[in-house]
Unconditional design. Structure first.
Length: 287
């Protein structure tokens, strides 16, 4: 891979020269939040949505905002330009900063947050092979903490769940709590039954996906019925279709859950249509 230009606390640097302290709260305590914004045709998808959610995550954790909206937008755009990203992702992370030592208590108010951004070049995201054939998933217990609505960098359990999926020879995992699916390891989960799109309602149990908000809006505009409620694995296995959404996967059909095939094993019409609408509308409004 070619050497990227990344952003760290006010500076654009070659990736191998970027440094964060060993005392950074993000490193020692996973005391940080992040956002992943999609880039299509060199433009940012739903930047505003990601900015609003970043604000919410920071507020919920009592963390300082590291840069104003306009500055963050400029950094995103600068990284897209400097790294010649046409299709890809921008990762942004804010931590509570360098506390100068290890201490469970938060560092003093005046401690500056750490702000890091980097790009990931991902040509072919729109024509992803997994989206074409549909994803195969397994269900695993949801063992994460109780504030999944805050987009923190505590991603150990989702990583473990991805490894369980890999070991099972499938693409991903959906997580279960009290018999009901919460969400995917890095995406929101949906089923389609008798034409209705069913997805868990927003609460502290799941991340409030930016793609979820857009997709549900487009679905309602297209007169599709949406029901926001939790559903079980049994219901998912018996559904006509299933799919998941995220900034990096857009809308991706699910064709197998715990070995049970859905809708003949190929992406269904609702997921396929929603993926098309989402990509089309996102491109129209990209900035
Ligand atoms: N993941 N749920 C979880 C647990 C997630 O980690 C994500 C995003 C989503 C979807 O949110 P959005 O539509 O705003 O991307 C739902 C990102 C892409 C990641 O961690 O890479």
């Amino acid at each position: 891979m070619t050497m990227r230009t990344v952003y760290v606390n006010g500076e654009y640097l070659p990736e191998n020269e970027a440094r964060v302290s060993i005392f950074d709260r993000g490193f020692l305590m996973a005391d940080g939040v992040y956002e992943v914004t999609n880039v299509l045709n060199g433009k940012l998808i739903d930047f505003e949505g990601h900015n609003v959610r970043l604000d919410r995550s920071l507020t919920e954790l009592g963390m300082k905002r590291p840069a104003a909206y306009d500055d963050l937008l400029e950094i995103h755009r600068e990284l897209v330009t400097r790294n010649a990203i046409n299709e890809g992702l921008i990762y942004l992370q804010v931590t509570r900063g360098n506390s100068g030592d290890r201490d469970f208590h938060y560092p003093p108010e005046e401690t500056e947050p750490t702000l890091v951004l980097f790009t990931q070049d991902k040509p072919g995201m729109i024509d992803s092979p997994v989206a074409k054939r549909g994803a195969r998933i397994i269900s695993v217990p949801d063992m994460r903490w109780g504030r999944r609505d805050i987009k923190t960098v505590q991603l150990l359990y989702p990583s473990m769940a991805k490894m369980m999926a890999q070991a099972a020879g499938v693409d991903d995992a959906w997580m279960i709590e009290e018999d009901h699916i919460t969400e995917g390891t890095s995406n929101n989960a949906y089923i389609v039954k008798d034409g209705r799109i069913i997805t868990r309602a927003l609460s502290h149990d799941i991340l409030h996906g930016i793609t979820r908000a857009a997709v549900l809006r487009f679905a309602r505009e297209a007169q599709m019925e949406v029901e926001e409620r939790s559903f079980t694995v049994a219901e998912a296995m018996d559904a006509d279709e299933a799919f998941y959404t995220s900034a990096s996967a857009f809308v991706t059909a699910v064709v197998e859950i715990d070995g049970a095939q859905l809708g003949g094993g190929t992406p269904g019409p609702v997921a396929t249509r929603l993926r098309e609408i989402y990509i089309e509308e996102s491109l129209k409004h990209a900035i």
